[in-house]
Design a protein around this ligand. Sequence first.
Ligand SMILES: [Zn+2]
Length: 179
Amino acid sequence: MTGTDRLHKPVLVLNASYEPINICAARRALVLILKGVALAEELAPAQVHSARQALNVPSVIRLLEYRRIPHQTRALSRKNILMRDRYMCQYCQRVLPSGEMTLDHVIPRSRHGETAWENLVACCHSCNNRKGNRTPEEAGMKLLRLPRPFSLHTSRHLMRLLGRGEDQWRKYLFFSEEN
Ligand SMILES: [Zn+2]
């Protein structure tokens, strides 16, 4: 693994209370540590070398000050909608790479459907074409599930998926079940 790869490795971010709240790249984690905002709870078995020093790359960091996490922490964006829906077309349930996905307005925009978490789903091109300017009911298509905002609950689920191969993350991800 090269130094650059190491700086892109995912790092689990814990709140001061040890609650997992995010995932960031190792580079960002190192910046937070150097700024004194966070400390390393677990170190990856790797170092990166800067001009003057060797730095241990963390795999888990913890914020020193408790941060209040608003109910909805994620910006509404194409990437986040696709992540929420796990790159699965919400009509035919095919999982596709991001480039082959579109976003579907469940209630079409032409019918005053909102651009909002509750009205946007990941959708493949063929389902999007088939649905056209209709509601799912009109098109005879069924949504896999009702779209919801990207909540911390969803984020934790994703952290678990991403953290599957990260032994050092496990105890933080599983210590508290949804409450
Ligand atoms: Zn589809």
